[in-house]
Design a protein around this ligand. Sequence first.
Ligand code: TYD
Length: 210
Amino acid sequence: MPGLFVTFEGGEGSGKSTQIARLAARLRALGLDPLVTREPGGTPVGEGIRALLLDHERRPTQLTEALLMVAARAQLVATVIRPALDAGRIVLCDRYTDSTLAYQGGGRGLDAAMLAGWNASATGHLVPTVTLLFDVPISVGLERRHAAPGATNRLDREPPDFHERVRERYLELAAADPARWSRLDATVSTDELEARVWEVIGPRLAGVRG
Ligand code: TYD
């Protein structure tokens, strides 16, 4: 595949969205044209699913929640991510398959192999080239999130032990596949974190067309 597929993962309040914007700006300054997208969402179908998933008033079962996450992903890969990668572009995606493994697998306790199978089917086995894990202690992340007015969604409001399990699962996933994952300490300053991200991504740009 000619493009470069980078995913951003982490718990609540890890600062990953700010870092995506900063990385995209750096790439644009180099004359590149990265595609920036997010999950759940990123397509008209996916944004509709996102509204269902994050609404405080709705109560999907655990299986329904997982299937909707994966459904939004299938649409995003088919209509946005694959075409961009095929055109040689860099794709920066805020959450991807590993969010389902961490939140629905680690957090909710759904079967990991089942979720991995759904991910593979929905994405046609499309795996990121690089996955950045923005790792922060739960207390720091939740404090940051709750300090941002109006920013909490249905999943943010899960109890701390849910978020602990999400973090643990992320750390396990990262440890199991160090060739793809880079764990970044997201408690450092925004500028420092931007520099760490660049250390990982900069060397991967050789050979990328767009
Ligand atoms: P969002 O507001 O985008 O949160 P963040 O800024 O933390 O990325 O909300 C996305 C929420 O959906 C977040 O709590 C993580 C959750 N999520 C899952 O539980 N499973 C998934 O597969 C994905 C993509 C997201």
